[in-house]
Design a protein around this ligand. Structure first.
Ligand code: FE2
Length: 164
């Protein structure tokens, strides 16, 4: 073994649990934000009764907030889409809760079935569309909270306030 350190963990790691960091109350890493979204997805009682569908405009509901982040619940009737946009300075985690969504980017498109997650960094541009014949529900965690959602259009750029 080639090591400058002779530090080793010997014995039962469980015996030193008091030396480990306690679980954080709020997520702070990409993995923890993705984990938060998965835990909400698995707990339908937190969100299923809140979902509404609106054929005239995209429906959204702020499900919760924490230090520096927001959690949004969105519904998509067949044919509804976000348009091509980014999320300003926010990074995020998109999780499909029900149904199926299609995500389009400059690199192509991918189908996102229930349970699928997409993690994106600030400036990531995509379009989310319900191309299926059934309604869909998605969960969006933004860090920091969404303050702007610049739309990407061929001829002009506008700022939308509906999360996606
Ligand atoms: Fe988005």
């Amino acid at each position: 073994m080639n090591s400058d350190s002779d530090l080793q963990i010997a014995g039962d790691i469980l015996a030193v649990q008091h030396l480990l960091q306690p679980a954080r109350e709020h997520p702070a890493t990409v993995a923890e934000f993705a984990g938060l979204a998965r835990s909400i997805a698995a707990d339908r009682a937190q969100w299923a009764h809140l979902v509404e569908y609106d054929a005239t405009t995209r429906w959204y509901h702020r499900l919760g907030t924490g230090p520096g982040y927001e959690v949004w619940l969105l519904s998509w009737v067949p044919g509804q889409g976000s348009g091509l946009h980014d999320h300003g300075p926010s990074s995020g985690v998109l999780t499909v809760l029900e149904g199926e969504l299609t995500e389009r980017t400059a690199r192509g498109e991918r189908s996102l079935a229930a349970g699928a997650q997409r993690v994106f960094a600030p400036g990531y541009a995509h379009e989310v569309v319900n191309d299926s014949l059934e309604p869909a529900v998605s969960l969006h965690v933004y860090y920091p909270g969404l303050t702007e959602m610049p739309m990407h259009m061929a001829a002009r750029c506008t700022t939308e306030t509906v999360p996606a």
